[in-house]
Design a binder for this molecule. Structure first.
Ligand SMILES: [Zn+2]
Length: 260
């Protein structure tokens, strides 16, 4: 329930009101893969876990499929390595393109904001006041805060409150690309090593068991990082991986048996 400002001030003092203003202004309005706040670090971590999960599942499906057709270690190594590189580079390229596009649109929005601030400062001040009031400040306090923020750094204030971005901290597409590349590679190494290191008789079971165990870990972590209950997430994740390996193994065996 919003309260009149004087009540709040009497009860909590001017410092609490200033704190409320600060929170209203700095609270992120959308979830973004920046490096700054705790929330965004968790998002990075979760993206890394999901990237590793992709690497595990796709490479496991690939090598188990090839293992269905052949016992040849060098064929398994070639397939696994090619899958690792193709997957990690496609993830990196996709991430680079998507983050670049997002960055372009953020830059365009900032340029528009800069122009509006130059051409119609009064309307922009009114807009900022309105946005702050919508976040629970009284009109009086919102106006005061808007005036101060505009004096300090008008563009930054509008970027944060209106666009939900920090102009000094736009996501770097190269960072995002590298992060995806590394996360996928880390995940893909597990099934690759599990299929080529053990002797021929045990490699399939070692791979299936280690992949399913790893999927329990990634499913659990990504659910916890996303603050979701982990039980069902783990089940879905393990079922997805088991299905991928089951299907490719079946296809590989059929092709192997047909002598293709
Ligand atoms: Zn604006």
């Amino acid at each position: 329930m919003p309260r009149p400002r004087r009540d709040e001030e009497r009860r909590y003092g001017a410092r609490a009101v200033r704190g409320a203003i600060l929170r209203a202004v700095t609270e992120p309005t959308h979830v973004e893969a920046h490096g700054g706040s705790l929330g965004s670090r968790l998002n990075w971590l979760r993206a890394a876990v999901l990237g590793a999960n992709d690497g595990i599942v796709s490479t496991a499906g690939l090598v188990v499929g090839v293992a269905g057709a052949t016992d040849d270690r060098s064929a398994l190594l070639t397939a696994g390595l090619a899958g690792l590189l193709a997957g990690s580079m496609s993830m990196a390229a996709g991430e680079y393109v998507s983050v670049s596009t997002q960055r372009d649109s953020e830059k365009a929005a900032l340029a528009l904001e800069r122009r509006e601030l130059r051409e119609q400062p009064e309307a922009e001040l009114a807009e900022l006041t309105e946005l702050l009031a919508e976040r629970g400040l009284s009109r009086e306090v919102a106006r005061e805060a808007a005036v101060q923020l505009t004096e300090r750094d008008a563009l930054r204030a509008h970027a944060r409150v209106e666009l939900g971005i920090d102009p000094d901290d736009l996501t770097d597409p190269w960072h995002a690309a590298w992060a995806s590349f590394l996360a996928f590679t880390a995940g893909a190494l597990l099934p690759l090593l599990a299929i080529v290191l053990p002797p021929a008789g045990g490699r399939l079971w070692v791979t299936v068991a280690s992949v399913l165990a790893a999927l329990v870990g990634t499913g659990w972590s990504s659910a916890r990082l996303g603050a979701a209950p982990p039980g069902r997430a783990v089940l879905r994740n393990v079922a997805g991986g088991a299905l991928a390996m089951g299907v490719t193994y079946l296809v590989g065996s059929l092709l192997g048996a047909a002598g293709v």
